[in-house]
Ligand binder design. Structure first.
Ligand SMILES: C[S@@+](CC[C@H](N)C(=O)[O-])C[C@H]1O[C@@H](n2cnc3c(N)ncnc32)[C@H](O)[C@@H]1O
Length: 493
């Protein structure tokens, strides 16, 4: 089975190649929101269950288990080990599959539900034995341990390395032994479990899955960890040296991957990454709302509106929320954005992502057709964004399907819908307020060929994006980003 990020995060709707993400400064102690944009490719998810003849990790070299039994089903003749806790065995094997098999932690967790038998097959093939079957509680523990060990991997590895005899023994450590240590370290440091139970259980796992000597090693290192923790003298990465060294130390303490990135040339809050998106995903940054994916052209269209704290804004075609959420991050918790969209499902994505990114307090989602909403609504807004449904001709590099799906008749219909939405949006602007009409199209008929009385955009975006007539326009070839258009209109007083 293969899957793409589309199944993973709504922001992939905007972009399969260029990714941006806003870091949540409250969670990451960054001073302000940042975005990342990057070309990337997602590795296919490998489902070894479909490849039974090719086990992911050979168990041929594994010692046979010490304590075996036969499972109750007459079909099952596998070796059963009752001394190893099932959730640790499954967690260790999942971690191996994620690190070496390219599997996604999330999908494994989902599939884990109700598929204990599959899990045990992996355990048996990797460790050489089965444990008792997983119960609901075990599965919850697996999810927590696997997620935690991945999330904190950089920090856990730093500590494991510090407690090894030398760097060589860390670097040459058997992968399974390293996973077992990561589990033990995570349980002791982050789950705060009773340390001696953790030591005993992980020693058992190493002993049975590898060999007695591996059990001794786990015992020695985990006990060293417990003793340092008790004395409050765990090694801490030194925060000195140049900026880069300090950033590395912080990345270790907070277990952030060091993702190669470059600041956006056009937006303070964006960074562009070319590689390393896997780390961002695996560390849960997207899922936890610490960042999101967005093309710089979308960010620049928001800059044309120039949202400021205390603004009362309406985003007329808001879902699934890329621009709304970026605007919300600029309000610093003050002001309000009414986010209108006719599509309930897409609006729900916006609502959920706003909660994840902790900006829901400044966003009010309204499920409505803008045309009827504008007729019935009495409230007027300081700033109105109409990011209109469009042909998408500016995003063909990411949406190749559009090349074949667009018909001339559709374009006529689309333009009249855009006209109606623009009329509706105009009704919502306060006297002296601003309306930004934007599209991700480069077709003049959808954009500058309309009759606009405009406020030129050069004060809001770099001059390279401002056309002679005062519109914002980004061009895929010239700017290496999506093609987009925005016009800034001022309502007369
Ligand atoms: C280009 S997308 C908006 C993207 C969004 N601004 C963002 O940044 O994520 C256009 C949106 O217009 C919505 N839409 C289309 N017709 C509408 C209508 N009559 N009233 C309100 N929303 C409408 C669609 O559901 C779609 O979500």
């Amino acid at each position: 089975m293969a899957a793409t990020i589309t199944n993973f995060h709504p922001f992939s709707l905007f972009s399969e190649t260029d990714l941006c993400f806003p870091f949540n400064p409250t969670k990451l102690n960054f001073t302000r929101t940042s975005f990342i944009t990057s070309p990337l490719s997602y590795p296919a998810i490998i489902n070894h269950a479909h490849n039974q003849n090719n086990p992911p990790f050979s168990s041929s070299s594994k010692p046979k288990i010490k304590k075996t039994g036969v499972l109750d089903s007459p079909m099952k003749t596998q070796k059963l080990n009752l001394e190893v806790s099932p959730h640790r065995a499954v967690a260790a094997v999942r971690l191996m599959r994620i690190e070496f098999g390219g599997a996604f932690a999330d999908l494994l967790n989902e599939r884990g539900k109700g598929s204990g038998n599959n899990e045990m097959e992996y355990v048996e093939r990797t460790l050489g034995f089965r444990t008792r079957d997983l119960e609901e509680r075990d599965l919850r523990l697996v999810t927590d341990i696997v997620g935690g060990a991945i999330r904190w991997r950089k920090y856990l590895d730093y500590l494991i390395l510090s407690l090894c005899h030398d760097e060589g023994s860390f670097r040459s450590m058997e992968p399974l032994l390293l996973q077992i240590l990561r589990i033990g370290f995570y349980e002791i440091l982050k789950r705060e479990m009773p340390p001696y139970a953790v030591v005993d259980e992980n020693v058992n796992l190493a002993k049975f899955a590898l060999r007695p000597g591996a059990g001794n090693m786990v015992n020695g290192i985990l006990r060293k960890l417990v003793s340092l923790k008790d004395k409050d003298s765990l090694p801490v990465p030194k925060l000195d040296g140049n900026d880069r060294a300090q950033a590395r130390a912080l990345a270790t303490t907070h277990s952030h991957p060091v993702v190669p990135h470059e600041p956006s040339l056009h937006l303070d809050d964006f960074v562009r990454i070319r590689r390393g998106m896997q780390s961002v995903i695996q560390n849960g940054f997207l899922k936890e709302g610490l960042c999101s994916v967005q093309d710089e052209s979308a960010g620049l269209a928001v800059s044309v509106l120039d949202p400021q704290p205390d603004d009362c804004i309406i985003d007329c075609c808001a879902a699934p929320g890329g621009k709304t959420l970026f605007m919300a991050s600029r309000l610093n918790g003050r002001g309000m954005i009414s986010a209108v969209d006719i599509n309930k499902g897409r609006l729900r994505i916006l609502e959920e992502t706003a909660k994840l990114q902790s900006v829901d307090s400044v966003i009010n989602c309204i499920h409505a057709d803008l045309r009827s909403f504008a007729d019935s609504n009495k409230l007027k807004f300081d700033k109105v964004l109409l990011d209109a449904p469009c042909s998408g001709l500016g995003v063909l590099s990411k949406r190749p399907d559009l090349r074949w799906n667009r018909k001339l008749e559709d374009m006529e219909e689309l333009k009249s819908l855009q006209d109606e939405l623009l009329d509706a949006a105009c009704k919502l602007v306060k006297p002296g307020g601003v309306l930004v009409y934007s599209t991700c199209s480069i077709d003049p008929e959808e954009n500058e060929d309309r009759e606009f009385q405009i406020d030129p955009v050069h004060r809001y975006v770099p001059s390279d994006f401002s056309t002679e007539q005062g519109f914002f326009r980004s061009c895929p070839v010239k700017h290496s980003m999506d093609g987009a258009f925005a016009a800034r209109l001022i309502q007369s007083q």
